[in-house]
Write a protein that binds this ligand. Sequence first.
Ligand SMILES: Nc1ncnc2c1ncn2[C@@H]1O[C@H](COP(=O)(O)OP(=O)(O)OP(=O)(O)O)[C@@H](O)[C@H]1O
Ligand SMILES: [Mg+2]
Length: 252
Amino acid sequence: MSTLEIRDLHVSVETKEGPKPILRGVDLTIRSGETHAIMGPNGSGKSTLAYSLAGHPKYQITSGTVTLDGEDVLAMSVDERARAGMFLAMQYPVEVPGVSVSNFLRTAKTAIDGEAPALRSWIKDVNVAMEKLRMDPEFSERSVNEGFSGGEKKRHEILQMELLKPKIAILDETDSGLDVDALRIVSEGVNRVRETSDVGVLLITHYTRILRYIQPDFVHVFVDGRVAEEGGPELAERLENEGYDRFLVPSA
Ligand SMILES: Nc1ncnc2c1ncn2[C@@H]1O[C@H](COP(=O)(O)OP(=O)(O)OP(=O)(O)O)[C@@H](O)[C@H]1O
Ligand SMILES: [Mg+2]
C-alpha cells in the first residue's frame, strides 16, 4: 500500500516579471487502489500540480509538503521520483528525436527496476501492450513522439504506464484529442493497470466522457490553484451540467 500526501502546497512559476504564484494551498491524499479525478477550468493550475509532483524545474515550491509513504518527494530528483513509483502522463508529451520508442521504454524500465528486464519476456510484454493499445509495431522503431498524432502520443503515454507499473500515476488530460475508439482503448489500458496492480491514479480531465470508462472514487474541483470542492462521481456530472460558475469569485 502506498500513500501520496500533498499538504498545503504552494507553487510559483518563473516568469519574466518574476515568480508568479499558481498553486495556493493544495491538499490531496491519494492511496493505492484509489482513482481521483481533478476537474477545473482552464488555467486553474491542474498541469502545474502535475508538473510540480513530477519535479519539473520551472515550478518553484514555495511552501507545503509532498510525501510518498512518508518520504519527502520534493527532496527527490525527477528520476528518483520515477524510481519511487511516480509516473506522469503529460498533457503535451514531448518529442525526443533520435531516441527510439523501444530504446526509451527499455531504458526507463531498467532505470526504474534497477536491472535490465529479461529480454525475451520484455519484448513479449511490449508487443502485447502495444497490440492491446492498437499501436502498430512499427512505432517501436520510431523516435519518441516525433511526428506522432495527438492520439498516438496519448497511447504511447499509457503504453509506458502499462509497462512501468507505477505506484502513483498522474494522467494530465489523457483524454484530450482522442476519437471515440481511442478514448475507449486508452481507458481500457488505464483500467488494465488498475486491475492488475495497486496503482493510485490522479486523473486530470475536463470531461465526464472518460469518467464513464474510468470510474473515479473521488472528484475534486480545482479552482484558482486549490481544491474548491470534493465529492464522489456525481460531482463530475454536476460540473458538466452547471460549469464552474458557482466556484468563481465574481470580479469587482
Ligand atoms: N511562464 C508563465 N508565465 C506566466 N504565466 C504562466 C506561466 N506558466 C504558467 N502560467 C499560468 O499558470 C496558470 C496555470 O496553468 P496550468 O497549465 O497549470 O493550468 P491548467 O489548469 O492545466 O489549464 P488547462 O485546463 O488549460 O490545461 C495559467 O494561468 C498559466 O497562464
Ligand atoms: Mg493543463
